[in-house]
Design a protein around this ligand. Sequence first.
Ligand SMILES: [Cu+2]
Length: 312
Amino acid sequence: MSPTRQQNRRSTLRRWAPRGAALAVLGLAATGCASNELTRLGMPEPITEQAERVLALWQGSWVTAFAVGILVWGLFIWTILFHRKRSEQLPPQVRYNMPIEALYTVLPIVIISVLFFFTARDQAYLLDTEEPADVHVEVVAFQWAWQFNYMDDTKENGGEVLFSEVGIPNPDGTADRSTQPTLVLPEGAIVHFDLHSPDVIHSFWVPEFGFKMDVIPGRDNAFQVQMGEGTEGSYVGRCAELCGVDHTRMLFDLEVVPQDEYETWAAEQEQQNGDEAATEGTGVETDFGEGTGAEGTDAEGTGAGVTEENDE
Ligand SMILES: [Cu+2]
């Protein structure tokens, strides 16, 4: 290699390196992200242990993708900058070079195997429903709202409905927050969800769970979450499967409250439901929101599916 060519390369590098660095800094600054929002790469702040796992898988996959990307872009840029056509002479060819061919066959297989391993491991963890749950909710998704039946046991597909939270669909096309049901869950609890649908396929999704599961007619889908500590707050859940004309209005509120507050609320709901059953009422009325920092939510239930009797 001639000294002039080497100098050329150095000056090219000197010219482009600062521009590249400036671009990277600008890219970071332009996102204007605070705290760990940047490192979450678009995922919401997790509120369950399962969501933490999903976030780790997400980040790991991106780190891998970035590493591969940087390598490939690096090779592109290196080739473009330093290996331009300089003469009519054919450059050295690498066809049938066994080490290179083996490398780019084996390396992708290794990368995919590693990604597969972590995905399979985390999937098994996310779908595990063996833990005894503290709260058992049957989620009924229907066109186009939600019903949350709080069950009296923590087993799968069993027990009686203690009380229900029922949403009302908005057939006139209005998005009325007061008709949205509220799913109330205690901090730090293990929650078991059974998912049922009487009509079409829906999907139960709380973005902060980092997870969603289809709600399929005639099928018993279930999953569990371990609610994190310090996750008290209001969240919004939605249907993530196009299920008809009012699919986008199929929303619900999620309130995560401290354990004692939850117990008080649940006892009240049960009491109320018992009173109504006693007076042959079919409606499930809920009044929740005091002291949680959330706006009061007054939902008047349709009482659909609440048929059990309470003897107390
Ligand atoms: Cu739906």
